[in-house]
Design a binder for this molecule. Structure first.
Ligand SMILES: Nc1ncnc2c1ncn2[C@@H]1O[C@H](COP(=O)(O)OP(=O)(O)OP(=O)(O)O)[C@@H](O)[C@H]1O
Ligand SMILES: [Mg+2]
Length: 370
């Protein structure tokens, strides 16, 4: 029997869960959140907040019993525990926890890319300093070491430009399991989000350029073009179909000039598509919720020729001074502590071109004391 989905659970309480909950409400769903603190960004916007740990089996089962279907904001949950909990509560989690598990590990993610012949940088698994040194000696331009699991916003990414950086990476990370890849000079970084319905239909959000500062997303602008994009898009669609993915999935790309290669995959809503909240007729959060609920997805239409997003990143641990600048849309996450580099909110701008929208959003960002 197929009851229509009414209650949707979100595992995790950060800003992605918050925006999923807000958009879920707008679509008429009863949104539930499982997170550790009642003050979490997502907990603040739902009545159905459940205090608990998304990695704790009994918290998970109790939570899943309260909802019709569930999703997550972070791919770093324990996939085996999630599979067991979903089994025992007889509920589905989308994207499927098995896929989440495969994509959360940089090594199995790269292997999956290989299986679908998706272009990515060459890589090797590294689990000791000598192995890392060997790879380093083969690559004159330097290498990048990435922790196999739990890396985000550059935490877990180590650029190795000189030999001593190798030891430093091992010492600083406390990890032993990495993938190593050559350090490349890209023209720009791009990203695209796809959302796949349960029925199999796929919608594609616009291709965007992203700018990372210290490995952390600072701004996004779009739409942009690349002559290899239509070709890679076909491969990405074949990939999401092949793994029977349901929900939003983001692909980060390096533009190497003549070639586009995939840097990484995020099996969830993603910072590079936050612009869609204001720039498109269908935003990524609504699209993800609809997909998870088994509903059809309308094609997103752009409201303007250009759009941009600028992250409001913490610069201190003082309380930020908020302003409401004209001509841009403010999305503030309600985090109770400011920290250097922490994503506190973002600004979206629309304009006659991507570049004008970006300049507008960057100018507005300067008005904040973060
Ligand atoms: N091989 C590489 N060569 C050059 N720069 C790289 C390479 N790999 C990563 N980078 C830079 O570091 C950034 C972060 O790397 P990556 O996206 O792999 O890790 P992350 O910390 O998991 O990021 P995210 O927050 O997107 O999850 C990239 O956006 C890019 O700017
Ligand atoms: Mg990344």
């Amino acid at each position: 029997v197929n009851h229509p989905v009414r209650k949707i659970g979100v595992l995790g309480g950060g800003q992605l869960a918050r925006m999923l909950a807000i958009k879920g409400h707008e679509l008429g769903f009863e949104m539930h959140v499982l997170s550790r603190e009642a003050s979490d960004p997502a907990a603040q916007v739902v009545r159905m907040h459940h205090v608990g740990n998304p990695d704790n089996p009994s918290d998970l089962i109790a939570f899943l019993n309260r909802v019709d279907v569930a999703t997550f904001e972070s791919e770093f949950l324990d996939s085996q525990r999630l599979i067991k909990a979903a089994d025992s509560a007889q509920k589905t989690v989308f994207p499927l926890p098995g896929l989440m598990g495969e994509l959360q590990d940089r090594l199995s993610q790269k292997q999956l890319l290989g299986k679908y012949r998706l272009p990515t940088l060459p890589f090797t698994a590294v689990s000791s300093l000598p192995e890392a040194s060997a790879f380093w000696r083969e690559h004159q331009g330097g290498i990048v070491l990435k922790k196999r699991r739990f890396g985000y916003d550059g935490y877990g990414t180590y650029h190795v430009r000189k030999e001593s950086d190798l030891q430093a990476a091992f010492a600083k990370s406390g990890a032993e399991f990495f993938i190593a890849e050559p350090r490349v000079t890209f023209k720009r970084e791009l990203a695209v989000t796809l959302v796949r319905e349960k029925s199999g239909a796929i919608i594609t959000f616009p291709l965007v350029e992203t700018r990372q500062v210290n490995s952390r997303c600072f701004w996004v602008k779009g739409p942009v073009r690349h002559r290899k994009f239509s070709q890679i898009l076909l491969q990405l669609k074949r990939f999401v179909r092949g793994i029977d993915y349901v929900g939003a999935i983001a692909f980060e790309l390096f533009d190497l000039g003549n070639n586009l290669v995939i840097n990484e995959i995020a099996p969830r809503v993603h910072n590079s598509a936050h612009y869609s909240l204001d720039a498109l007729s269908l935003d990524q959060f609504s699209a993800h919720i609809l997909a998870v609920a088994g509903r059809p997805l309308p094609k997103p239409q752009a409201w303007s020729k250009g759009f941009a997003m600028v992250n409001l990143l913490g610069k201190s641990s003082n309380a930020p001074r908020l302003v409401t600048p004209e001509g841009v849309c403010l999305h503030w996450y309600g985090k109770n502590e400011n920290r250097p580099g922490r994503k506190m909110g973002h600004l979206n701008a629309l304009a006659e071109s991507a570049e004008v929208a970006l300049q507008r959003a960057l100018k507005a960002e300067k008005k904040f004391t973060l």
